[in-house]
Design a binder for this molecule. Structure first.
Ligand code: CA
Length: 664
């Protein structure tokens, strides 16, 4: 989630930063027994709260309501800033909260920051036996192996969007279990949900926030409340509204695992959207209620700094918070078999934290994919050179960033709905499209001084870039094209969408798409639909039948990418050597970008692949070397095997607003 972007260039102008060293003297604690550890003999609690004057533990029989059946004064361990308590036996089925006395005042009850299971609305932590939440076959469960992150094809989805519409044909609408359902069909009998993703060929889903978030009242599922979930409450427990019974702590854990297993069984990896950069509340956040002042950054006047534009920002540059983020993603990778993490507003975190995140995940599995938004949504006390910005990604070897360069160049500015880009026929986007094509790596034929969003080659390898033209934020591609091409027909806009995604899916880097765009999904023109009802957000799966031509195009495009390693080169050097742009006069023929992937790039079976993108609303004549070319794409059609015909090259016609791809 990020509608406001502040990148390095903007920051250089007016950045404020100060280093808050108050917390350097705090003892930290990084043990895996933080907050709760259960053995058959005892249930042990250990809360980190170094400045607390006293801490109480409350034990409950219920997840909500009632009174504690027992309250225990916890003991201070001043050496590491923790408070401990121990009770005999394994207290499975019970709930607990902590209360911290700070500056002579008792703060509100909190489940702590490490609750791995919670009751209704995440108000109390739950003591459950995690091993009993594993679905059958969980020990053998694993996501698809990934050789190169550029082999990944990301499909970004929200739980409810996938299954709420009647045409989804799902039994468990809006739930983890709904996404897990196979065999679901739309009114015309065509595959929806997980089967649709398989048919399309995406390798990974990227699930919007699925940890326990704050905004949806879990006690009223019948109200069908909707939220994207960028308002974190409990980072280490699943969201209750996606489970069939939010009042039973083990149910959400089990059902999320069932969903992940179903996706894995279908050969699909699972990337989780994580939002450690801010909390839903300020003073009432679990961070603030356990260790006041520590986990968030502040301005010099003591107010919460707000680089998230959501009211606060966290402080990954402090040891206990850094360890928290690292341990939390490790927990999701271990316990839930998560295959990748997408960091929201990643530049609120420091580069050192992100490097440690990537390194620690690599120890669990070397192919866990880490990427994020390389920007903030406001200024931060963290110095710009320490931020995990897009511009600093070369300092973060195992981390990738979204390319806003390719996004905005292809379709026009994200926040200006009417603004056109390359595929609508706007001039001046060609060089930025080229920056996208080379995955923001250094290339002798790309002039970064002409880049719209970036002025230098920020990625040290294409593995560090995620290419996309749209996501859950802002308008869907369909809506953007409707607003920016008001006079055009939908048929013409669909051509523009095909061209847009052809550029994305043939570019160096990892391609990413928003769920449903393959069937011409829209959100009725709503750009910030974070709490819009299902009537705006849910995918109408009958669109698949109405726009089957669009689906077929996307499927073939993905097939093309998967079958041809030339689109998935692994290093900047390889790209510079094997990707050759054609010299075109952008004054005379704007909206035209043409290049070749040469010399069996990256071991490709094709010696040369020629790609010509024409964003203009008129045909162009382009000179192609003579030879025996197979036609892979032309005039809004595509066939991965090059079966659309042949040409001998020379002067060829490149149809308006479409991609021509030739191979020999
Ligand atoms: Ca919740």
């Amino acid at each position: 989630m990020a509608t406001l972007l502040l990148t390095g260039a903007a920051l250089a102008a007016g950045a404020q930063s100060h280093f808050d060293d108050r917390f350097l003297s705090y003892p930290t604690y990084n043990g895996s027994d933080l907050e709760l550890a259960v053995t058959p003999e005892a249930t042990r609690f250990r809360l980190w709260s170094p400045k607390a004057e006293a801490v109480r533990l409350n034990l409950y029989n219920e997840g909500t309501g009632g009174r504690p059946y027992k309250t225990v004064e916890m003991k201070a361990d001043r050496s590491n800033g923790t408070w401990t308590a121990e009770l005999p036996g394994a207290l499975y089925g019970k709930f607990y909260t902590f209360e911290v006395n700070h500056d002579g005042r008792w703060l509100a009850e909190t489940p702590g920051v490490w609750a791995k299971a919670v009751g209704l609305n995440g108000q109390r932590a739950a003591i459950i036996n995690m091993a009993e939440t594993d679905p059958e076959g969980w020990n053998e469960d694993r996501g698809p192996a990934v050789k190169s992150f550029n082999d990944v094809i990301v499909y970004e989805m929200h739980m409810r969007d996938m299954t709420m519409h009647p045409t989804a044909g799902a039994e468990h609408k809006g739930k983890f279990l709904g996404v897990a359902e196979s065999g679901t069909k739309n009114s015309a009998g065509e595959a929806t949900g997980i089967d649709n993703i398989k048919e399309l060929g995406a390798t990974h889903v990227h699930i919007l926030p699925s940890y326990d978030y704050n905004s949806v009242d879990e006690s009223h599922p019948e109200l069908n409340q909707y939220n994207w979930g960028y308002d974190p409450l409990n980072y280490n427990a699943p969201e209750g509204s996606y489970s069939t019974d939010a009042s039973k702590p083990e149910v959400r854990v089990n059902e999320m695992k069932q969903m992940i297993k179903a996706l894995h069984d279908a050969g699909i990896g699972v990337v989780m959207d994580v939002v450690y950069n801010h909390t839903a509340s300020n003073d009432d956040s679990n961070f603030e209620l356990t260790a006041p002042g520590y986990y968030h950054r502040h301005r010099e006047d003591g107010s919460y700094s707000d680089a998230s534009a959501c009211g606060n920002e966290t402080a990954s540059d402090r040891q206990q918070m850094r360890d928290y983020i690292i341990n939390s993603v490790k927990f999701w990778a271990d316990e839930y078999h998560i295959d990748g993490f997408r960091f929201d507003l990643m530049a609120i975190h420091d580069t050192e934290t992100m490097n440690q995140v990537a390194a620690e995940l690599k120890k669990i599995r070397p192919d866990i994919f880490v990427y994020g938004e390389g920007w903030t949504a406001g200024d931060s006390p963290l110095a710009p050179e320490r931020r995990a910005l897009k511009e600093n990604v070369a300092k973060m070897e195992g981390v990738a960033v979204f390319s806003d360069d390719i996004r905005d160049a292809i379709k026009g500015h994200y926040s200006n709905e009417e603004a056109p880009g390359f595929v609508q026929g706007a001039p001046g986007q060609e060089e930025t499209v080229k920056i996208g094509i080379v995955g923001a790596t250094a290339h002798p034929q790309v002039d970064y001084s002409k880049g719209n969003n970036s002025k230098f080659a920020y990625a040290s390898s294409p593995q560090q870039v995620v290419n996309y033209v749209s996501c859950h934020d802002d308008l869907t591609l369909t809506d953007k094209l409707r607003k920016s091409m008001p006079e055009a027909t939908d048929a013409e806009r669909k051509r523009a969408a095909r061209l847009a995604q052809t550029i994305v899916f043939t570019s160096q880097g990892t391609p990413f798409m928003f769920a449903g765009e393959e069937i011409w999904r829209d959100k009725k023109g709503v750009h910030n639909s974070y709490k819009s009802p299902d009537s705006i957000n849910a995918i109408d799966w009958d669109l698949k039948t109405a726009h089957h031509d669009q689906f077929d195009y996307y499927r073939e495009l993905i097939k093309l990418r998967k079958e041809h390693p030339a689109f998935r080169m692994n290093s900047a050097e390889q790209v510079a050597r094997h990707l050759k742009f054609d010299d075109l006069d952008t004054e005379k023929t704007p909206n035209l970008v043409s290049y070749s992937l040469v010399d069996n790039a990256n071991g490709d079976t094709w010696k040369e692949i020629k790609l010509i993108f024409n964003g203009a609303d008129e045909d162009r004549i382009v000179e192609v070397p003579e030879g025996d070319w197979k036609i892979v794409a032309t005039d809004g059609k595509i066939a991965a095997d090059g079966s659309l015909g042949t040409t001998n090259g020379g002067k060829i016609n490149v149809a308006h607003r479409s991609a021509t791809i030739l191979a020999r």
